[in-house]
Design a protein around this ligand. Sequence first.
Ligand SMILES: NC(=O)c1ccc[n+]([C@@H]2O[C@H](COP(=O)([O-])OP(=O)(O)OC[C@H]3O[C@@H](n4cnc5c(N)ncnc54)[C@H](OP(=O)(O)O)[C@@H]3O)[C@@H](O)[C@H]2O)c1
Length: 332
Amino acid sequence: MINRFWRIDRRPEGNQFAEALSLHEAQLGPAPDGQVTIRNAIISMDAGTRMWLTDRTDGYQPPLDLGIPMTGLVVGEIVDSAHPDFAVGEWVRTFGIWGDYSQVDPVMTGAVKLAPGVADKRAWLGPLGMNGWTALWGIERTGAAKAGETVLVSAAAGATGILAVQIAKLLGCRTVGIAGGKEKCRFLTQDIGADQALDYKSDDFAEQLSKAGGIDVYFDNVGGPILDHVLKNMNHYGRIAVCGLVSDYNGMRTAPAEFDQVLMRRLRIEGFFSPDFMDKGDELTARLKTWVDAGELAMPYDVTQGLEETLVAYEKLFTGGNIGKVIVELEQ
Ligand SMILES: NC(=O)c1ccc[n+]([C@@H]2O[C@H](COP(=O)([O-])OP(=O)(O)OC[C@H]3O[C@@H](n4cnc5c(N)ncnc54)[C@H](OP(=O)(O)O)[C@@H]3O)[C@@H](O)[C@H]2O)c1
């Protein structure tokens, strides 16, 4: 059969993704020994993958090679199997490709069979997927947030941030979200239950932040200039859980000018990375599922239809065009 997929032709400049990736077609044969063929139903758009498209070699994983299909998390149905533990007709979430089909070794790519009872399969890429684990781990373990503390979250109206805000709230914290624009701030306080929301694009952002009260835990998705503002507003012995640096992923690599506040305020800064705790995936998913089932963990989806529109969806992560989890749904 024919498989269409997005191929990485060159390293993108800024958000010029259409000049760097192109849609290709190739014949797909039967699944080789130990592999399965998955018909992708949903492709997850994740901001962290932008780093894989650069040529930096000191990241948490090597850059993706040029000339190969773009990698990403997918949910889909197995349509061909040469693996004894995975059968045709089963639905899985795994690292696959931005294509109509992903042909993978399901063990090597971390394939997880979708448990029955979750009607909305998109949840396996959001609250029950990497975004959910990351938010829970970062708030509870890395940030060590305690009831009554103030937790600040950047990129708070995006997939990971929305979950971090809600989880902090469920753990009894006071929550403050940072997002770009009034609409996102309104969404955070009215729909997600954040106690306060700050618009980092407004002229008085620094003043708003200083009036928001001291911060005990900062769940940082962004880095860059926002981190400098936050460093000056942390409480003594506060914790900064570095989840992501989306403002730097296109190669900016800024360093915080206010780094001395780490000493002055006796702060702890720690990065964390979801593949490091993949072995805890079942345990994390079970806890997240309890909240999802109780209707306590909301996630809006920003849905784009059709593989050919993938780059439009991807760009939203870097221009702030999304509220919630960005996904691409493929015709089945
Ligand atoms: N450590 C891990 O294991 C792990 C796992 C998953 C995700 N992450 C990280 O979590 C973060 C969010 O990823 P996601 O996939 O959930 O994407 P997302 O939050 O759904 O979308 C990215 C958001 O980032 C904001 N943004 C983009 N450029 C910005 C800039 N220059 N300054 C400030 N905000 C900016 C935009 O919102 P605004 O409109 O508010 O600007 C955009 O909506 C990323 O840093 C990602 O690497 C880390």
